[in-house]
Design a protein around this ligand. Sequence first.
Ligand code: FPP
Length: 243
Amino acid sequence: MDKKELTEKMPAHVAVIMDGNGRWAERNGVSRLSGHNAGMLAMKEIIKRADVMGIKYLTVYAFSTENWKRSQEEVGGIFNLLVKYVGSELTELHENNVRVRILGDWRQVPKAAVTSIEKALDTTKNNDGLQFNIALNYGGRQEILHAVRTICSRVSSGEIGISDVTETMISDALYTGEENGKIPDPDLIIRTSGEERLSNFLLWQCAYSELAFTDSLWPDFTPDEFENIVHAFAGRKRRFGGR
Ligand code: FPP
């Protein structure tokens, strides 16, 4: 496939389940938090490569609504990493015209992380390069519930009738909808660490997504592997239910 053909078929939106930080830490004899730190370094490199490749939207699953079940130390450590990440990378992200968006119930996360997020959102709000979406305190079912409640309140106020509810209306009421500038559904979802499931990630949006799984643990996942997976995807034909 030549370069032009590849560009034409380049997915607009790639979403990533960054799994395996804990196993990487265990294998390397370091703390789980060191594993997440290594995961953050891997994430930085993937963002850069996605940008170079001309991908328009990159979404990462950083913290799920289920992740609160982990120890306080680990949860606190992940949010501290987010603060550290924004502190050290925001200037460069902004210089590279990257726009940061957050998917999920992020106002409920620890205060220092909320403050960092607000800064990242505000600083990058006029950027129109790569859109980097961080799913944070995100759950797919919870997102659908939130959308259903929004639509139900419009029905109960009499603004719309039940038969007026459409698929587009549901899409628009999701975190990926109007509140975040209508992010297209992911063309490709990649999960690392050998697990082959979606774990409550983008449940509505994944209807026609291609899925790619790799045994690499997230901190070992390299930009070259990312690029290879995306190029392999570019060679697949998507039929969206048609022929
Ligand atoms: C999954 O690995 C990873 C997470 C729950 C956290 C992801 C966080 C980062 C990559 C840190 C940086 C992110 C930001 C946005 C600053 P796991 O802990 O479930 O691994 P395991 O299944 O091997 O235990």
